[in-house]
Design a protein around this ligand. Sequence first.
Ligand code: ZN
Length: 376
Amino acid sequence: MRTHLLLIFLISLPAVFAAQDDESVCKKAMLKLDFMGAYDCYRDIGDKRLAQATNALGTGDTAKAIELGKDAIRLKAGFGLCFKYYMCGAAAHAATLVSVAYEKTGSKGQAEAYAKRAIMYAKNSGQCEGSAVDEEANVFCALQYYISASSAYRETKLFNAPAECKLLHGNTNPDHLDVVFIGSNFPNDAPFNEYVDKAYRGLLSMQPFARNAHKFNIWRLDTRQDLSCVTEEPRLFSCDRSKITRTASTCPNDVTVVVVNNNEWRGAGFMNENLLYLGMGVPTSAFVHELGHAFAGLDDEYMYSGTDPYTPGSSLNCDTVNTCPKFTSVPGTQCKQECGFANRYRSIDVGMMRVLGNPFGIFDEKIIEQKLSRYK
Ligand SMILES: [Zn+2]
């Protein structure tokens, strides 16, 4: 492994010298032959670029999304560091993101090229999305990356909805945002169906979703499955990601919502990944909160402990400056200390991302509407 790494790093040296400022730490680690240090360093910077690129795409700045996404790919895969699954997974994500950005600018050929690159990274990853899976699952995962970016998929996805995909709201228009609910470990349909009904009706009665209800297709997968969900922390849990991908691909699925039949477990939203988990132990309004994370990339506005470990400016809904220049131009916003951390500021006193059941607040609504703007 060491020999292999050395070769990779030597080949990469010219590119390293051309690297940007914040890569100087990684560069130093490489020159000291501290491979693991360099690896961690590039991984972290690559993650940062990926988050920034995702944010740029969300705010409609496609040119910036392309630039940052390409940089994320370079950091994740370009240095030959793509020998661990999460690096490839992230490179595939970045390639998908660039593909979507190109698609939005009308560069279909470029979009196609990057979608193919996403498949390649996902296939090369050996593993996909952190779970140990077989080759078949990798292909599914790659397809998932591809279809989320491909306009061809949008044209055909209505044909992919078999009878077990029950349409609860909307129609089969592929330009809508398709949200699919899938259950795990329900012995019969009634409790799942009831939970899903409450959850999506709650969503569509709340702003900014209510005024955008025409952009939604809500699906419920009416088959029973076990998604191998296990306890992670006292009340959190994780499920088998490859099983989810395979199961969700039965129905149109821009956003996948996994509901698990467990009264102890809470919910979780995977930041910008359009995937969320709900345990039955949380009210259905948790669906809206987790969608805030998973679809809109919003941070929690309640307090964690410690200070912000993230890059200043990397949060969409929290400001790092105590006068809140990010919000003040938007009428009706506030500037309240504590937004995940004590050194960040939020735009609403008690919003949905702080306490369940509250409105998002005008600023967070704006962010969500920007994300919704790519759907018709
Ligand atoms: Zn949260």
